[in-house]
Write a protein that binds this ligand. Structure first.
Ligand code: PLP
Length: 435
């Protein structure tokens, strides 16, 4: 059934105004809706699983601020804790007990790290983890995977060149070639490429960094066996393995992907969920490795707002909810049933469409491949179908991240009724895409 386009008058006005102030009208590029139809929607408020835009349109939200809002919008426990702490002041630039409270919550429920350092974003967490690995190993090169995103620091804004093992090419202007030369890029799920890289750069690779649940270029799920292989090859070469868990941390389980797969990295980075919707990132490792960080060690890293009390309060409130018995089991069951119903619908109609999922993360892919584990397995032409689907879903009150390469998130606030309504909208939209 066709529906008419939503009214975006006010959003369009706000967008025109924003364009006079910000490059492209936004403060982070994907928000500009360049890969989907229409002007970006300017959001006015969120509550539970729903958001409302400036024109009063209501949506069930599956972007969830790109992952942090695992409890949904404006969760009362998070809001109340933030207000309580805020009333005593917002920043001191001196230690507070709240930092230790959040650290204790995390460290006493995580087998993989012994000490942690709070920063203010995922980018900062990863950038610092890379510096730590370089300082610890006294090596310079970093190996990353094509299709994994680790924030916008210079040495990680690098993509693969051609060939199996390549020096990276910068994927942004302004990144010196000399920086990209320190980054080696290989394909995901390719043991041969990895072996070749370790042979070619013997004794030079400080760290291998991976999103153990690669979720920034579609959802490129890796096998436990491959991740274990990665662990082993790093150990054999005295290279540090960094799990970038900015998305997977506290999402696929409280211990993130390290716990999910039972694989121990040397350093783990966190972001998103850890701050309950406020700007927090973190990196952690063994006490020995973390002792190399300043002021204990010689690897410098600092931050005016690091460990900010209001942000710590949001993290404490959110993570405390996640530790309640059955939290992750419920999220997984809810997501699996949602995904199964969509899979059954498309299978009956023989549509070239798959839903890939782990924990409460899902990704819609216009493909008939049983698995997609490498960036190059995704056909860029399939994004035209996503664009149409996105448009149909927006018009039916369903908000997905505005790119077919982005994953969706289900929160604890998504109700059965939300998911039923969403499925109906998805079925109608997919029918239109394949008409
Ligand atoms: N690492 C991963 C895996 C991410 O998904 C992101 C952001 O999406 C980052 C790092 C960067 O985090 P931030 O945007 O908080 O700087």
């Amino acid at each position: 059934m066709q529906v008419k386009d939503i009214d975006r008058t006010r959003s369009a006005e706000l967008y025109e105004k924003a364009k006079t102030y910000f490059p492209g009208g936004v403060n982070s590029p994907v928000r500009a809706f360049k890969s989907v139809y229409g002007t970006p929607l300017f959001i006015e408020k969120g509550d539970g699983s729903h958001i409302w835009d400036a024109d009063g349109n209501e949506f069930i939200d599956f972007c969830c601020s790109w992952g942090p809002l695992i409890l949904g919008h404006n969760h009362p426990a998070v809001r109340e804790k933030v207000i309580e702490v805020m009333q005593k002041g917002m920043s001191f630039g001196a230690p507070t007990a709240l930092e230790s409270e959040l650290a204790e919550l995390i460290l006493s429920n995580n087998r993989f790290i012994e000490k942690i350092r709070f920063v203010s974003s995922g980018t900062e967490a990863v950038m610092s983890a890379i510096r730590l690995a370089r300082g610890y190993t006294k090596r310079d090169k970093v190996l990353k995977f094509e299709g994994c995103y680790h924030g916008h620091s210079d040495s990680l804004l690098v993509k693969a060149g051609s060939g199996l093992v390549t020096f990276g090419e910068t994927s942004s202007a302004g990144v010196p070639k000399a920086f990209a030369d320190e980054t080696v890029v290989v394909s995901l799920n390719d043991k041969k490429a990895l072996q070749e890289a370790f042979e070619e750069f013997k004794g030079q690779i400080a760290a291998v960094i991976i999103e153990p649940v690669p979720a920034n270029n579609g959802l490129l799920l890796q096998s436990k066996e491959y991740l274990q292989y990665l662990r082993d090859i790093c150990t054999q070469n005295s290279t540090m393995l960094i799990f970038d868990e900015v998305i997977s941390g506290f999402r696929v389980g409280f211990e993130g992907a390290a716990g999910y797969y039972g694989i121990e990295p040397d350093i783990i980075t966190y972001g998103k969920i850890i701050g309950g919707g406020l700007p927090v990132g973190a990196y952690g490792a063994s006490a020995d490795v973390m002792s190399h960080i300043s002021p204990e060690g010689s690897v410098y890293q600092a931050g005016t707002l690091s460990g900010n009390p209001v942000a710590m309060a949001a993290g404490i409130a959110q993570l405390s909810e996640l530790l309640k018995p059955g939290f992750y089991e419920d999220m997984q069951a809810k997501t699996q049933s949602f995904v199964n119903d969509i899979q059954n619908f498309v299978a009956e109609r023989n549509y070239q469409f798959k839903v890939f999922t782990i924990g409460s993360v899902f990704w819609f892919a216009f493909t008939d491949q049983e698995s997609v584990s490498r960036a190059e397995d995704i056909d860029p032409a399939s994004m035209a179908k996503f664009k149409l689907m996105h448009h149909e879903l927006i018009n039916r009150g369903i908000y997905l991240g505005p790119s077919g390469y982005e994953v969706g998130f289900i929160s604890a606030a998504h109700t059965k009724a939300d998911l039923e309504k969403t499925k109906t909208a998805i079925f109608d939209s997919i029918d239109i895409v394949f008409k």
